[in-house]
Design a protein around this ligand. Structure first.
Ligand code: NAD
Length: 285
């Protein structure tokens, strides 16, 4: 198994800063890399704010907060990742930009190092095949908010070695997470099941089966889900859901995954959910 001591995280956005925080909190030395100072500082501020909340709730001592922050080295230079045993890429969901970064990492890192992507929708093997170490590339798919959500999907491509999978399972457990193994197909386990369910909720709402409130109440009280599907869609973002549905439909050609007409129209109208102030529900006030 690969011994993982130093972890690199690329991208200090929503997911990257959460991943960096989680790794540092578990005792790993972390290098957090961004393209520019401004997003890097925003990422570090988010980490500080998140740790401060744990301190306020008395779940973390002040000294431990400082120790966690001290284990994170921020950088805008990709070369800062040189000594990492594992690099987790969490940059923009753009295959060309990710490919370029994977090639830079492949050139830079030691031969034993593992490279992972946190992508939600791209083929992991497509990125792996652009490196000279496809057997040491895998998906490591975290959930938002990373410091809270327990699950990590470990994604095995047709080239990933068993040793790398074993190392990533051990790593995820060291983070205090519960890993599950998924094949490298779009959506992995969670989105493969969740997205068709959410899309079907839009279809039955559009068909007039029940009011939005009753659809949400039905699934909360009848199934014990913490949120109803329409509430959850507003939370995830209708634009994001539309994008993921298109990619999943493209991969599987399953009509259950095709974006429903109402979803497309809501996205065209700019009704993205909470982030735009309006989705299935209103968030203006
Ligand atoms: P985000 O837009 O919040 O952050 C992306 C960051 O990457 C930005 O700060 C940007 O400046 C930075 N970046 C761009 N190019 C870079 C480069 N070459 N090197 C270093 N940094 C670079 O995005 P996010 O929501 O954190 O998503 C990141 C990845 O995580 C995506 O692949 C996405 O599919 C995946 N993901 C997102 C979620 C989610 O709920 N948002 C959940 C699981 C996985």
């Amino acid at each position: 198994m690969t011994e993982i001591r130093k972890v690199g995280v690329c991208g200090a956005g929503l997911m990257g800063n959460g991943i960096a925080q989680t790794c540092a909190a578990a005792g790993f030395d972390v290098v957090l890399m961004e393209v520019a100072d401004a997003p890097l500082q925003r990422g570090m501020q988010s980490i500080t704010k998140s740790l401060d909340k744990f301190v306020e709730k008395q779940k973390l001592a002040l000294a431990e907060r400082d120790a966690i922050l001290g284990r994170i080295t921020p950088t805008t230079d990709v070369k800062g990742l040189k000594d990492c045993d594992l690099v987790i890429e969490a940059i923009v969901e753009n295959p060309e930009i990710k490919t370029k970064l994977f090639q830079q990492l492949d050139e830079l890192l030691a031969p034993h190092a593992i490279i992972c992507t946190n992508t939600s929708s791209l083929c992991v093997i497509e990125l792996a095949a652009k490196t000279k170490r496809p057997n040491q590339v895998a998906g490591l798919h975290f959930f938002n908010p990373v410091p809270i959500m327990k699950l990590v999907e470990v994604v095995r491509t047709i080239a990933t070695s068993q040793d790398v999978i074993d190392s990533l399972f051990a790593f995820a457990k060291n983070l205090g997470k519960e890993p599950i193994l998924a094949k490298d197909t779009t959506g992995f386990v969670v989105n493969r099941l969740l997205v068709p369910y959410l899309l079907y909720a839009i279809r039955v709402y559009d068909e007039g089966l029940a009011s939005k409130e009753d659809i949400d109440k039905g699934m909360k009280l009848g199934c014990g889900y913490p949120m109803g599907p329409l509430e959850l869609l507003d939370f995830v973002g209708l634009d994001t859901t539309y994008y993921i549905a298109q990619i999943m439909y493209d991969e599987f050609k399953d009509p259950m995954m095709a974006p429903p007409p109402l979803l497309k129209r809501m996205v065209l109208a700019g009704h993205f959910g909470r982030k735009s102030g309006k989705g299935f529900y209103d968030y203006a006030s």
